[in-house]
Design a protein around this ligand. Structure first.
Ligand code: SAH
Ligand code: AVI
Length: 331
């Protein structure tokens, strides 16, 4: 059997988790919603559109880096087991899979959006006779324990700067789990967006065609549909700005006028004022030093750093237990 899918987010569990997250996020100040709820079928399609926008350089930059790096990486590492977190449409993954030059390989995409995972698996299997797909539909922060035992040398992919959508404690927790998926000789390939001129960063999240604004408002459509809320998404303004002190783009939804929102499933009523936004996403930007420190804090060694000056692909290896405990020499 070449295709297997395990779904770890049945509708009931997903709704329960979303209810808890939304209740917490809307009750706290600043109000917030977790970005993983952008990605229903519409949100995934809008993100795909974002990746082709002239202002959103991230995907093109990473794709070009992968194009250059893939043959040497796949040849040197020779993986037989590829796990990808937040795989989405697995478009860039093709570059890596193709570069192995055939041969058996098991691909394990892990993503919350089942529709996208299934469509991507079908496409990859049709194109690649040597491939076996064992998909895990779930939350990569909670369900990595369900990634099957390695079928050979493993390469874990975490592309697209999705690591940047997590704050520092969540990044550390997730990379710690990724470290647990790796054995000696295995590698992590991590895509990170770099700190740069704020005008370039802000343009990437404020495109002229307004697709990012639609993507941002989609989270309110998801909450309306899933939890019986009555947000009026069109009455919110998209606001994305670069917070240089925290090295992150912050994406917010600002009510144009006071709005009272009822969330039926939570028995919750919230009064939103134009002075208070809903914080929907952070997109952290890195330097080589900050990426290296982040990796080392979880027992991963920065092995190689490929960059075009805007985006970077970090190749990381698991440190031995002794090296992970030893104090780091100053570089
Ligand atoms: N890797 C692709 C897609 C990036 S978009 C690329 O580089 O273009 C981010 C992807 O991560 C989406 O497919 C979304 O569904 C998934 N995602 C976001 N949060 C997630 C979570 N907590 N668990 C699993 N998947 C998640
Ligand atoms: C998926 N993630 C890395 C994107 C980002 O750039 O933070 C999501 C996104 N948000 C707005 N535009 C794209």
């Amino acid at each position: 059997m070449r295709y297997r899918v395990e779904v770890h987010v049945d509708a009931h569990t997903r709704l329960k988790a979303m209810a808890e997250d939304v209740l917490r996020g809307l009750s706290e100040r600043p109000r917030s919603l977790p970005p993983k709820y952008f990605y229903d079928a519409v949100g995934s399609r809008l993100f795909d559109e974002i990746t082709r926008l002239p202002e959103y350089y991230l995907t093109r930059a990473e794709d070009a880096l992968l194009d250059t790096l893939a043959p040497a990486l796949m040849h040197t590492l020779g993986p037989r087991d590829v796990v990808e977190l937040g795989s989405g449409f697995s478009l860039k993954t093709r570059r890596l899979l193709d570069a192995r030059g055939g041969g058996p390989l098991r691909y394990t995409p892990v993503d919350v959006d089942e529709t996208t995972v299934a469509a991507s698996a079908e496409r990859l299997l049709a194109q690649d006779p040597g491939l076996e797909v064992h998909a895990v539909v779930g939350d990569f922060e909670r369900h990595l324990v369900h990634v099957p035992a390695p079928s050979g040398r493993r390469l874990v992919l975490f592309l697209g700067s999705t690591i940047g959508n997590l704050d520092a404690p969540a990044r550390q927790a997730l990379l710690g789990q990724v470290r647990g998926l790796l054995r000696r000789g295995d590698r992590l390939l991590l895509g990170v967006d770099l700190v740069k001129d704020p005008s370039v960063l802000e343009a990437a999240y404020n495109d002229a065609a307004g697709v990012t604004a639609q993507f941002n408002r989609n989270i309110l459509h998801v909450v309306n549909r899933s939890l019986g809320a009555d947000f009026r998404p069109e009455a919110f303004r998209h606001h994305a700005w670069y917070n240089a002190a925290e090295s992150r783009i912050e994406m917010h939804l600002v009510p144009e006028a006071p709005q009272t929102v009822r969330v039926r499933s939570l028995d919750l009523t919230v009064r939103l004022e134009p002075t208070e936004s809903i914080w929907t996403e952070s997109s952290y930007k890195f330097t080589r030093a900050s990426a290296r420190a982040m990796l080392e804090a979880t027992g991963l060694r920065l092995d190689a750093w490929h960059t075009d000056g805007r985006f970077a692909l970090a190749v990381a290896a698991p440190m031995s237990r002794a090296a992970a405990r030893a104090p780091r020499a100053i570089a």
